[in-house]
Design a protein around this ligand. Sequence first.
Ligand code: SF4
Length: 232
Amino acid sequence: MEHMTNDSQLEKLNKQIVACRKCPRLVAWREEMARVKRKAYRDEEYWGRPVPGFGDPKARVLVVGLAPGAHGSNRTGRQFTGDASGGFLFPALHRAGFASQARAESRGDGLILTDLYITASGRCAPPDNKPTLEELNNCQPYLERELEILDPKVIVCLGRIAFERVMRIYSASSPKKLGEGTWKFGHGACYQLPAGAWILCSYHPSQQNTLTGKLTVKMFDDIWKKAKSLVE
Ligand code: SF4
């Protein structure tokens, strides 16, 4: 029953997200990218809209990324699907038992997530992969709502921007309990919120990190093992 409720609440939220046009710069960019396309994908119809969260409505692990890639999830319409970051993320989630398969190509590829839900700090593809502070602020209520609905036990922040966004949300509700400046982003850093949930930090699986060896397969696997151990 509980998950039915979550299910319909998330569905309602995702409808709102997909229809959002709050950030004029991003609306223009996501639509322009969907029109111009990358050569390799010129026969595909791009999503070109805000990318909603997806996964298990009963998830105890919530993963927070940065924002859609112009030719990744802005093309496929599903978080981390169809780009190099997803090509690093989903095999790791599969190895850890959170994803039914390592392959993630499109919304219709059959991938099912168990006990894990993936969302982002910003829902629209930004130029240079950099949303502005104002754009992230505009998008924050959607993440707050997801946190409310899912009430996760572990929040995995992929990258500093996701971590700062999550911290901003929780320090707004209990500023005294979270010592300002004492929680720092670092790969593997882990903090417990006063209400009991854990925040677990990881470097973002972007090519910038994975091709340079800043984030290795082993380091990433350890994050998902840790997430598993925290919900057990
Ligand atoms: S980034 Fe978020 S707030 Fe801005 S238009 Fe997209 S969905 Fe709306």
